[in-house]
Design a protein around this ligand. Structure first.
Ligand code: BYC
Ligand code: FE
Ligand code: FE
Length: 479
């Protein structure tokens, strides 16, 4: 029998897939490799489980997703672009005011391809990093959210692969193949950006990752959504609708962890958040450990913004390929010919601000916008603590703290932003970053809870279910 996949049916799409034979052939060649990758590198041990997932089926803002039980390898990864805006113009850079490009501008082909490949590389990387977490899920609700994030990161890979295959010919097909060959943490063929090669060993790490690192995803996608290359802009705009859920998973996951800790402290009559042994004996994660995890994840994610001062970023902006966060809402010339941006740098007397040409400071600016966005979420965590009456605040560490890339990579700083000598840093850093003892303790709590409606003892239940489902809903039917 000649088994022919009908891609137009298999792949929910609004890009008229079936009318482009060359693209169809490229996708047909790539798709089996993707499924092999998913089975080998996707959620370990749950490929046969029936998971209550949302599938993006259209780009209608009211009804873009459909919920239902799916086995993950049968998930319908769609190719969906936000609707084309009639008469859209390039909003920034040298080509400001020209019509947005529907084809790749030849002079910027390499730069554009690099941006798409880097974006694409992070998506499967995160799936690989999270592949062992299903085994220790604190509830079926959380397990379902993990898998939802995973299949959507898979779809984000498809979104970038679609662009590569449709618009970049043979090099695009080669890049698409390589996206399935690199592996997170692999010595020989690692993923492209550092934070995507670190393990995500436990659920607190997963929640911190989706809060901090998926939020880099949001900021980068927002910047690429401004792109003058219209298909990239439209892809990223639709990806952002899914991204909101990823950050919800992170923010609410940490928030529920905090809530459970504070409740357990109250029940046991413990007021002092630094009474760590007594708090850990309750089977919950002490707040100072949560702070150290936040310190680690924020600093690792800040490195993803690249060097604060970057000619790559300036070139991508000038070319009209990558804009600023909320570019069209900013009140300036959108070309940045004469403007400056204040950048914090290591100087003679500690950290000092300096006015830098705004064009070269775009990574610094996006990082600053990102930190502001993180601070809002952290503020909501602190409200949860404050409501219980416990005296503790989670703070974001200073941007110079624990950095590996950019202006601060050669110096040391405390979370409060005091410059430190190498010796001072070495002596103090274990108080600020998770210790092996912290990691082991968190690991010891990672016992799976698979009864519908029940939650592991270290995390509070969510306020509401997914898709309005009741508390004891069986989000995952494990085969
Ligand atoms: N690790 O001028 P520079 C997401 C390299 S997350 C390793 O400083 P540039 C997601 C850089 O490649 C969003 N290498 O920086 C989240 C360059 O190398 P070459 C992902 C690094 O280029 C969770 C050199 O250093 N999307 O979606 O201005 C789950 C000098 O570069 C790193 C994007 O990032 C690093 N951290 O900015 C799932 C958007 N940083 O070319 C998904 C696309 C820099 O000289 N990418 N280098 O050999 C970009 O816009 C930019 O490439 C970057 C770097 C912001 C990443
Ligand atoms: Fe993504
Ligand atoms: Fe994401």
């Amino acid at each position: 029998m000649n088994f022919q996949v009908n891609y137009d049916d298999l792949i929910p799409n609004n890009v008229d897939l079936s009318s482009d034979q060359r693209l169809m052939r490229a996708l047909e060649q790539w798709h089996p490799g993707y499924i092999d990758w998913w089975k080998a590198m996707g959620p370990d041990g749950f490929q046969e489980a029936e998971v209550y997932l949302r599938t993006a089926v259209s780009v209608d803002s009211k009804g873009w997703a459909r919920f239902g039980y799916v086995k993950m390898p049968e998930y319908r990864w769609g190719v969906l672009l936000a609707p084309q805006v009639e008469g859209r113009e390039i909003a920034f850079g040298e080509h400001k005011g020209e019509p947005a490009w529907q084809e790749v501008p030849g002079e910027y082909r390499a730069m554009l391809r690099r941006l798409i490949v880097i974006q694409g590389d992070t998506e499967p990387a995160s799936v690989e990093q999270q592949r062992h977490l299903g085994a220790t899920a604190p509830s079926l609700y959380d397990m379902r959210n993990l898998f939802q994030v995973n299949v959507e990161e898979g779809r984000h890979l498809w979104a970038m692969v679609y662009l590569l295959q449709k618009y970049f010919g043979r090099d695009g097909r080669e890049e698409a193949a390589e996206l399935l060959m690199r592996r997170s943490g692999d010595e020989d063929k690692p993923r492209m950006l550092a934070a995507f090669n670190a393990p995500t060993p436990d659920w607190l790490s997963f929640f911190m990752f989706t809060f901090f690192t998926d939020r880099d995803g949001k900021m980068q996608l927002e910047s690429l959504a401004q792109s003058g290359f219209d298909p990239l802009s439209r892809s990223c705009r639709f990806m952002l609708t899914e991204e909101a859920h990823h950050m919800f998973v992170g923010e609410s996951g940490v928030s529920r962890t905090i809530q459970r800790t504070c409740e357990a402290m109250k029940e046991a009559g413990i007021e002092d958040p630094y009474d760590v042994d007594a708090i850990r004996a309750l089977g919950v994660i002490d707040l100072p450990t949560l702070q150290r995890k936040a310190n680690l994840h924020l600093s690792a994610t800040l490195d993803l913004f690249g060097s604060e001062i970057s000619t790559n970023a300036a070139n991508a902006f000038n070319a009209g390929l990558k804009g600023r966060y909320q570019e069209t809402k900013i009140d300036d010339d959108h070309q940045l010919r004469d403007s400056v941006y204040e950048v914090l740098k290591p100087g003679e007397n500690g950290f000092e601000t300096e006015d830098v040409p705004a064009l070269t400071a775009l990574n610094a600016r996006l990082r600053d916008d990102y930190v502001d966005d993180c601070a809002k979420g952290v503020g909501r965590w602190n409200k949860v603590i404050a409501r219980t009456g416990i005296d503790f605040e989670i703070t974001l560490p200073h941007v110079a703290f624990n950095r590996g890339i950019g202006l601060f990579s050669d110096c040391h700083a405390s979370p409060a932003g005091e410059p430190l000598s190498h010796a001072e840093w070495e002596a103090a850093k274990s108080a600020w970053l998770p210790s092996s003892g912290d990691v082991e303790f968190i690991h010891s709590l990672m016992k799976p809870e698979r009864r519908p409606g029940r939650y592991a003892a270290w995390i509070a239940p969510p306020k509401v279910g997914i898709d309005g489902k009741p508390g004891d809903f069986e989000y995952v039917k494990i085969a």
